[in-house]
Design a binder for this molecule. Structure first.
Ligand code: URA
Length: 435
């Protein structure tokens, strides 16, 4: 078998066998297939696509590139959750303790921020003392004891995805549906879960900008899950504006904690209850979805049980849960500036990607992987879609330790908000559920 022939085959729009795909991935990971051939192959995939069998073979080759977590000694159904990435998406921090308090076992691994999207691993690092880097053995131990853990992406799992993603990132092939689907699902499968709930984001702040593309991605991931015997539910949700109000690590953590106290933004709470109900369903809960949601909201979120579970998770991972009672203990930026509007009307558009980029400029994100982020930096939007504004109202509160960042961030924020004279119809957050 030669890499050249397989690149040619894909370039001509033919399907590759599982053996051929595994040959390419294994050769690339061993360094026998150079980056330039792999890059050419990936670009051919970008234009020609991959069918389900090919995507499953690619997923399998990626899973086989590293270790797999063994959660089989922990009783119950282990359900994972994954978001395809958005702006202000702190749902994992609420959802994991919420689902765990209701009896779902969750071993969650999360990535770091890159570009305009945030990463849960960074947000969790705002917690004083909280350890997100740990061995797979420690992860299993904490999940057995507490029922849930939230850690960073282990280097031992799916190293092939890391190498492939780095190449995709610099050759403009990140947004290919089969490549995203295999990348996401390989990490879920290697993480040892029995079932997965996927939050597939659609809109200005997401990878998938239109619903049709997002549906294709969601269906493909559901198909991959079923081929691996992992029941998968994908929920398509809108990312036309940031989720909640806060964007930036410790600011988002504060919003997540407030949500766990029953005082969070409506959209964030709604999403967590929705995703939580699917996690419970995958565990075999046969009640009507509306009954599950009501139970989650009343008996687990508003009652404080989810917050109590978060306390346990924090303590088990070496953190100091006392910040939950005094949020002033979290990192705070030295400077706060406001973006005011000089228009009047309704908020008709908020470009979430621009908001995410503004937060990154203030110090909350990274342009390149190695960059250090400022956990206290970020922004809080003060107006959401459909709300009225008048001259002099605050659109956004910017937080930074570097005053030099305010001007550029403000320009992006101003461009992100569009104000019109007619009240827009704000569509529902959840578009569709697949699987
Ligand atoms: N998230 C992933 O984990 N992989 C991708 O390829 C894109 C988003």
């Amino acid at each position: 078998m030669r890499a050249y022939d397989l690149i040619l085959k894909k370039r001509n729009g033919e399907s590759l066998s599982a053996e051929e795909i595994k040959f390419l991935i294994r050769g690339f990971l061993k360094g026998e297939i150079p980056d330039y051939q792999m890059a050419a192959f990936l670009m051919a995939v970008y234009f020609r696509g991959m069918d389900v069998d090919e995507t499953v073979a690619l997923t399998e080759a990626l899973v086989d590139s590293g270790k797999r977590v063994d959660l089989s000694n922990i009783p119950g159904v282990k359900v994972d959750k994954h978001s395809t990435g958005g702006v202000g998406d702190k749902a994992t921090i609420v959802l994991v303790p919420l689902a765990a308090s209701a009896g779902v076992t969750v071993a969650k691994m999360s990535g770091r921020s890159l570009g305009h999207t945030g990463g849960t691993a960074d947000k969790l690092e705002s917690i004083p003392g909280f350890k997100i880097e740990m061995s797979l053995e420690e992860l299993v131990e904490i999940v057995s004891k507490v029922g849930a853990a939230m850690i960073g992406q282990s280097k031992e799992l799916v190293p092939g995805d890391k190498k492939l993603y780095a190449l995709r990132d610099v050759t403009a092939v990140v947004d290919s549906i089969p490549l995203i689907a295999s990348s996401v699902m390989s990490k879920k499968i290697a993480a040892g879960c029995d079932a997965v709930v996927l939050d597939v984001k659609v809109g200005s702040g997401a990878f998938m900008k239109n619903i049709e593309e997002a549906k294709k991605l969601a269906s493909l991931m559901v198909d991959i899950g079923s081929r691996f015997g992992i029941p998968t539910t994908a929920v398509l949700t809108r990312m036309d504006q940031p989720l909640g109000y806060a964007v930036g690590n410790s600011l988002e953590l504060i919003e997540a904690v407030n949500t766990l106290k029953g005082e969070g933004p409506e959209d964030l709470e709604y999403l967590c209850i929705e995703l939580g109900s699917h996690m419970l369903k995958l565990c075999g809960d046969r009640r009507d979805p509306s009954a599950i949601k009501e139970d989650l909201e009343k008996n687990y979120l508003k009652s404080g049980r989810a917050l109590k579970k978060f306390r346990e998770i924090i303590a088990a991972q070496g953190g100091d849960p006392s910040f939950l009672d005094n949020l002033d203990k979290l990192p705070k930026a030295e400077h706060i500036r406001y973006v005011y509007t000089d228009e009047e009307g309704y908020i008709i558009e908020i470009d979430a990607e621009k908001i995410g980029r503004a937060a990154a400029i203030l110090g909350a994100g990274r342009e390149v992987k190695e960059q250090r982020i400022d956990l206290s930096a970020g922004l809080i939007i003060k107006k959401k879609l459909g709300e009225t504004v008048k001259k002099g109202d605050i659109l956004t509160e910017m937080h930074s330790n570097n005053v030099g960042t305010f001007e550029k961030a403000e320009e992006l924020i101003r461009n992100a908000f569009k104000i019109g004279s007619n009240k827009p119809k704000v569509p529902p957050l959840v578009i569709q559920t697949i699987g």
